[in-house]
Design a protein. Sequence first.
Length: 339
Amino acid sequence: MAVSVLVAGGAGYIGSHMVKLLLRHGHLVTVLDNLSTGHRDAVQGADFVEGDLRRVTDAAQAFDGRQFDVVMHFAASCYVGESVKDPAKYYTNNVIGTLNLLEAMRAAQVKHLVFSSTCSTYGDPVFLPMSEDHPQHPVNPYGMTKLTAERAMADYGRAYGLGTVALRYFNAAGCDPEGELGERHDPETHLIPLILREALRMRAGGNPADTQLQVFGDDFDTPDGSCIRDYVHIADLCAAHLLAMERLMGDEVAGFKAFNLGIGKGFSVKEVIETCRRVTGQDIRYRVAGRRAGDPARLVASAERARAELGWSPQFNELSDIVETAWRWFSRQPALANG
Ligand code: UDP
């Protein structure tokens, strides 16, 4: 059965991959995006509404004359460091934007929401791997705004009969395995794209000694001193959204439900760089810099609940496979090479 889906933030990195997957499954897709960080050309084959969730009227406008079964919400700011420097941006985009979307859904009587959440809602790990019942004490405004949005969803769910699913991603990574869609943040702050931009610079004949790649801290309590993260492929993240949507449509979720998405294995920053060296064949060097504020030493997911209850089974379980998909796209973007 074709489902009618509103994808807020569908022109962004994860949203655009989601739109492609939904269309491939024969669903009807409308994208609402303000193009602040997304790209219009990343949305192919879906209805497009340019609008900003921070404005009540824009949020409502997407629902005008359209009937949606489900909303997927990816429209948010997502940089930990920036959220510390500019919390106003995060509270406005991530909290007010979500509230406006929930209100527009309520007015249009749309009952199902899949929300793009994050392991940053947990804060520093108390136990590993982290399951959904890990305490939620965010240590930066990004995590706090996502947690606040989750709480609003739970309260709306209870009071107004919405079914809401929060998918708490660990480190989203990789690109469209078909090489059509990629990761174009400006500025880029994420590890794998930054390493691959350095690989592009090397491929173009750059001097290894001029590397701009930094490892933020090598004095953490980990085997090689650099931070450990759980990298999960965006194709697997998108597959989880599809499964969550099916559960919601089958009325199997009442109120609020959260699921972690990670592969349950951690890789250090240095291991990620080494993997990128192997995959790209480039001599990627780095400099060790100070720790980045708000970075816990290790974040590794337990995604047992998603496996058991959503039937989620990630296809990309090797870091090298994840990096290969990213390199397939980056290797065709010479303009993204570090300058
Ligand atoms: N990192 C790094 N150098 C960079 C960017 C990131 O060492 O230029 C580290 C960062 O400190 C973290 C890991 O790489 O330990 C993943 O960071 P990213 O920004 O990709 O994702 P986050 O964990 O913040 O969601």
